[in-house]
Design a protein around this ligand. Structure first.
Ligand SMILES: [Zn+2]
Length: 406
């Protein structure tokens, strides 16, 4: 897996970056205490190249801020802004956070201190501590000035990849966002992989990130858990598709050696954990903040038709307890696999879903349909009546009513 990922990375990032990461590799874990943020409150660049980058990025941020891919939930956006304010280190109050509706496990920090979080990331986090870890990692890239350091490093080693063309690509991608198409912001993500960091910089961000969450009172172990979940998901996705787990999954999997990073993060967490101190997971706060969009997040994930990944995500979330929403989407994912074996399993999922008070109306709909198919018309009719009472104005309600009177 490591070999496949790094080969992909080398091809995608181009020869110049390949040269940089081949020479800049450091294998040892970085101690969280060894790093100091280079950016403080109210930071403004003074060097010419960095000033130029900031000017370009201001335009990019305007495009991102105007994108209709951003999720508008005001409460949730305030919550995210508050979270980066807690774990963003010395420049926390200057940082901006945007939530884009893209069903992918990803987050990107731009060189001027604004970050774009993808909705697929929020779906996968089990509590606030896990999300805080990702945000802290991204913040650390900014605090340690990784983008400008990486650029200077590349420029020193090679004239193949000019910074101007990198910026042109980013600005072009961001301009595409403005027209508001899901694929286009995803494309921006791809373009941004030009800014992918070498192993040394990722290790630095992990080390500072885990320290930032520990200082904010979050369980330091949560960051290695996130990696564990990502690895599990990639493996199950590949297994179901009968492929090797080498898919360019997200910016996280292009980071080298996920397993190494998971192990290093665990060691750093142990180093930072103060015995006897109670660490926050913020699970209830996280669930409350996400409650308005979780059905959308699950819908978007199911529609990717990546059955293994969806199964992993749902089972991972269900470790904190099953509910009607999770069972319903489990059913949806199985039903879309469209073979008898999976239809049977989908029927069981819908039947489980409707036993929970939060089951969506559609869970009753499919429960009813599968009961009818199974030759249990009386129970099927009851379920469909329940569906109609929950969703009287559903587009198919007239059709279902017709079915029930006939
Ligand atoms: Zn990173």
């Amino acid at each position: 897996m490591t070999t496949a990922l790094s080969r992909r990375q080398l091809i995608a990032a181009g020869a110049a970056l390949a040269a940089a990461s081949a020479t800049g590799v450091a294998d040892a874990r970085i101690a969280p205490s060894s790093l100091q943020p280079l950016i403080g409150p109210g930071y403004r660049p003074t060097d010419r190249d960095e000033l130029g980058m900031w000017q370009q990025m201001q335009r990019v941020e305007e495009e991102v801020a105007g994108s209709n891919l951003l999720m508008k939930d005001a409460g949730l956006n305030r919550y995210l802004q508050g979270l980066i304010g807690k774990v963003g280190g010395p420049a926390a109050r200057d940082m901006r956070i945007y939530l884009a509706r893209i069903p992918e496990f990803n987050a990107v920090m731009f060189p001027t201190g604004f970050t774009v979080i993808f909705s697929g990331l929020l779906l996968r986090m089990r509590d606030e501590a896990q999300l805080a870890g990702v945000i802290a990692h991204e913040s650390a890239h900014f605090l340690l000035k990784h983008q400008i350091r990486q650029y200077r490093d590349l420029r020193r080693k090679s004239d193949v990849l000019s910074f101007a063309s990198m910026l042109g690509g980013i600005a072009g991608g961001a301009a595409g966002v403005y027209t508001g198409d899901l694929a286009q912001l995803a494309q921006l993500g791809t373009i941004l992989t030009l800014l992918r960091y070498n192993r040394q910089l990722e290790a630095e961000s992990d080390a500072l990130g885990v320290r930032l969450i520990a200082e904010a009172g979050y369980a330091p172990l949560s960051m290695s858990e996130t990696w564990e979940q990502l690895i599990g998901e990639i493996e199950l996705s590949a297994k179901v598709r009968r492929k090797r787990p080498d898919r360019g999954y997200s910016i996280f999997s292009t980071h080298p050696a996920p397993r190494t990073r998971m192990v290093d993060l665990r060691a750093s967490a142990a180093e930072l954990t103060v015995p006897g101190r109670a660490y926050d997971r913020g699970r209830e706060r996280y669930l409350a903040a996400l409650s308005g969009i979780r059905p959308t997040l699950l819908d978007d994930q199911v529609k990717l038709n990546d059955a293994g990944a969806t199964q992993y995500v749902i089972q991972s979330l269900a470790q904190d307890g099953w509910n009607g929403l999770l069972r319903f989407h489990e059913g949806e994912s199985l039903r879309l696999r469209n073979s008898q074996k999976y239809h049977d399993r989908a029927a069981l999922s819908y039947a489980s879903a409707v036993a929970f008070p939060d089951a969506p109306a559609d869970a009753w709909r499919w429960h009813g349909i599968y009961l009818m198919k199974a030759g249990r018309p009386a129970e099927g009719r009851t379920a469909l009546q329940r569906y109609l009472s929950l969703a009287p104005n559903a587009p198919d309600a007239p059709f279902v009513r017709q079915m029930l009177v006939s």
